[in-house]
Design a protein around this ligand. Structure first.
Ligand code: UDP
Ligand code: MG
Length: 312
C-alpha cells in the first residue's frame, strides 16, 4: 500500500484548522487505497494552532506535528516537513485550503502511471487577488524563467505531489535562504501541470502581505540568477562608451569649433546620474553579498521546540 505524506506549514491558523481537518478526512476517506501521514508544521504561532495540532495528533496518530521555536518562515517549514515525511509520495499544502485537497486524487493517478515524477497545481486565474499583485507576480515569473535555469510557471503553487526520489533531491539543496518554488523547478524531473481556479482562503488573513512578497521576489532572483550582475557590468560598459564620446565632443567643440562648453548644469546632471547608478550597482552587489553572508554562517534552517516526530 502506498503512503502519501501531506506537509502543511501553519502560522496563526487556528481559524482554518477545523475546516482543514474536515477536508483532510474527506480526502482520506475518498482514497482508501492509500495510507496517509499528515505533517503539520507550526511556525511558533501566537494563537491556539499548536494546541489544535496536538489534539489532532492525540485523536489520530496519522497527524504528526513539528513546532518551531520561532517563525522561521514557510520555506523552512516546508523543508522541515519534507525531511520528517516518510511517504512514498509527498505533497505540500497550505493550511487555508487555497490548495484544493481533492486535486490529490488526480495527482496520485498521474504519478502512478510512472510517466511523471511530480504533479503540480497552478492557478488559471488570480480572481480575488489585488490586480497590482497579479500584474507584478506575472512579470516576476516571466522574468525569472528568462534569467534563471528554472522554468517557472505563472500561478504555480507550492502544492504538488512528488515522488520520494524528487523529495530527496529537493532536500539535497541545503541552502538556508530557501526560495522553494525555484528549488522545485531547479531539480527538474518530469512535471505534469494541473490547472485549477483560484480560491480565497477559508478563514483568517493572509500571512504574506505585499511588502513581504516583494522582498521574497528579490530573494528569489538573487538565489537563482546572476543575470543582474551581468546587467550591471554591461551598464558600466555602456557608461564608459558614453563618457568617451562625450569627452570627444567637448574637446572638438573647444579646440576646433572654439565654442564655449556649457558648464554647471551638464556637470550636475552627469554627477547625479552617475552617483545614482553607482549606488544602484552597489545595492545589487550588496544583495548578493548579503545572501552569501547569510548562507556562509550555516545556521540551522529551523529550531524545533517540540514535536511528535522522533526522526527530526
Ligand atoms: N505560513 C507559514 N509561515 C509564515 C507565513 C505563512 O507557515 O510565516 C503558512 C500559512 O499558515 C499558510 C501558508 O503558509 O498555510 C500560506 O500562507 P498565506 O495563505 O498567508 O499566503 P498567501 O496564500 O496569501 O500567499
Ligand atoms: Mg493562502
Amino acid at each position: 500500500m502506498d503512503k502519501i505524506s501531506i506537509v502543511i506549514p501553519c502560522y496563526n491558523e487556528q481559524d482554518t484548522i477545523p475546516y482543514l481537518k474536515e477536508e483532510l478526512y474527506k480526502l482520506m476517506e475518498s482514497m482508501p487505497q492509500v495510507a496517509f501521514e499528515i505533517v503539520l508544521v507550526d511556525n511558533c504561532s501566537k494563537d491556539g494552532t499548536l494546541n489544535l495540532m496536538k489534539q489532532l495528533h492525540d485523536g489520530d496518530p496519522r497527524f504528526e506535528y513539528i513546532s518551531f521555536s520561532r517563525n522561521f518562515g514557510k520555506d523552512s517549514s516546508m523543508y522541515a516537513g519534507l525531511k520528517a515525511s516518510t511517504g512514498d509520495y509527498v505533497t505540500v499544502m497550505d493550511a487555508d485550503l487555497q490548495d484544493p485537497p481533492e486535486l490529490l486524487a488526480e495527482m496520485y493517478e498521474t504519478l502512478k502511471t510512472g510517466e511523471y515524477d511530480c504533479a503540480a497545481a497552478f492557478r488559471k486565474d488570480r480572481k480575488g487577488e489585488p490586480w497590482l499583485r497579479s500584474v507584478l507576480a506575472g512579470a516576476f515569473y516571466r522574468m525569472m524563467s528568462r534569467i534563471s535555469d528554472s522554468d517557472m510557471v505563472n500561478g504555480a503553487r507550492d502544492f504538488r505531489l512528488m515522488t520520494r526520489h524528487m523529495v530527496d533531491a529537493v532536500l539535497e539543496l541545503e541552502e538556508s535562504e530557501r526560495f522553494t518554488k525555484g528549488i522545485f523547478s531547479w531539480v527538474g524531473f518530469r512535471i505534469k501541470w494541473i490547472p485549477f481556479e483560484n480560491r480565497e482562503r477559508v478563514a483568517g488573513k493572509t500571512k504574506l502581505p505585499m511588502k513581504n512578497a516583494f522582498s521574497y521576489a528579490i530573494k528569489g532572483i538573487v538565489a537563482f540568477s546572476t543575470a543582474p550582475l551581468v546587467a550591471i557590468s554591461v551598464l558600466g560598459f555602456i557608461f564608459c562608451i558614453i563618457a568617451l564620446v562625450y569627452t570627444i565632443v567637448i574637446v572638438v567643440k573647444q579646440l576646433v569649433l572654439h565654442e564655449a562648453v556649457a558648464g554647471y548644469p551638464s556637470i550636475m546632471c552627469i554627477l547625479l546620474f552617475g552617483f545614482g547608478m553607482i549606488f544602484l550597482v552597489l545595492g545589487i552587489i550588496g544583495q548578493y553579498l548579503a545572501q552569501m553572508y547569510l548562507e556562509i554562517k550555516r545556521r540551522p534552517k529551523y529550531i524545533v521546540r517540540e514535536t511528535s516526530v522522533d526522526h527530526i
